[in-house]
Write a protein that binds this ligand. Structure first.
Ligand code: NAD
Length: 280
């Protein structure tokens, strides 16, 4: 039976550490605000934005919410980002994705000052991560590194297979595992013999974006399995990319969905905000 990697508990530990840090920064006169921008009323985005505001309140930093109508133009959004880039008290700027189709996400991401890029999506942040320089790390992959470290999973020298090569999960995940001295393989939609390849992994990180796709035939006995996926199944129940019941008896450790990777993303966003306040 696998050890359950408890993202809820670990994310709470991180938020409590950050709460203390925020209090000591306040005592030194260092404060800051996270600006969160949402365009349109996508219900899932509204939940994420609410959770981010609540997390700010919990650790003791201010948040400013901009709820813009669906028909906001790209120009208007870029102008708001410019204004926030100039505001001293704003230490982090987050634009909730996805944006409506008429707005170019890349343009918006690149408009955010890298000094305030707490999502870690700006090409400068990605470049800094790639060459091991200081900068904001992409939150979900950084959260997975914390899950592994705080669960005492050795990464160095291990063979890690990451399934997925998206800019927000797969690619930064592979780079961070490389930085931790894992031997990394990236699998994607054109990869051949996926089950055989995955079966070689000591650590299997699944960000394939397909509900309950990865079953026992993909997992080596004793592997650590991290499930990044979040979906609603036919009964409206949350599930991941992994067939948990089938994989759990084979793995040595596994993240559940919900309560695994999900809560870590917001904890790491808060960590980036605190880093921004600290370094300013
Ligand atoms: P995505 O759809 O952008 O990327 C999926 C990746 O899987 C692609 O790179 C693709 O090459 C690969 N893929 C697709 N089909 C494949 C196949 N048959 N064989 C091998 N590879 C295949 O998704 P994403 O944005 O990277 O997100 C992945 C999952 O993680 C989604 O379920 C998403 O909801 C979830 N997610 C969770 C969090 C969190 O905080 N927990 C954050 C971001 C994303």
């Amino acid at each position: 039976m696998a050890k359950l990697i408890d993202g809820k508990k670990i994310s709470q530990e991180i938020k409590d550490e950050l709460k203390e840090k925020v209090a000591s920064l306040k005592a030194e006169g260092k404060t800051g605000t996270l600006a969160v921008i949402q365009v349109g009323e996508d219900p899932a985005s509204s939940v994420y934005v609410r959770n981010k505001k609540n997390a700010c309140a919990y650790i003791g930093i201010e948040s400013l919410a901009y709820e813009l109508p669906e028909n906001t133009t790209e120009e208007e959004l870029l102008k708001l980002i410019d204004e926030l880039n100039e505001k001293d008290e704003v230490k982090g700027i987050l634009v909730q994705l996805p944006l409506p189709a008429h707005i170019c996400e890349d343009k918006v991401i690149q408009a955010i000052s890298p000094k305030k890029d707490v999502d870690g999506f700006h090409p400068q942040s990605v470049g800094a991560m790639t060459i091991g320089e200081k900068g904001f790390l992409s939150c979900t992959p950084a959260g997975i590194i914390q899950l592994l470290k705080r669960s005492n999973v050795d990464i160095e020298g291990k063979h890690c297979v990451v399934i997925g090569r998206s800019n927000i999960v797969g690619k930064p995940m592979a780079l961070l595992m490389l930085r931790e001295n894992a031997t990394v393989t990236i699998a994607h939609s054109r990869t051949k013999n996926l089950p055989e390849l995955c079966k070689q992994a000591d650590i299997l990180i699944v960000a394939i974006g397909k509900p309950r796709f990865i079953g026992a035939e993909y997992v080596k006995e004793g592997a650590v399995v991290i499930d990044v996926g979040i979906h609603r199944d036919e009964n409206n129940k949350l599930c991941g990319d992994v067939k948990f019941e089938e994989v759990e008896p084979i793995a040595s450790a596994i993240t559940p969905v919900p309560g695994g990777v999900g809560p870590m993303t917001i904890a790491m966003l808060m960590s980036n905000c605190v880093q921004s306040i600290e370094e300013d």
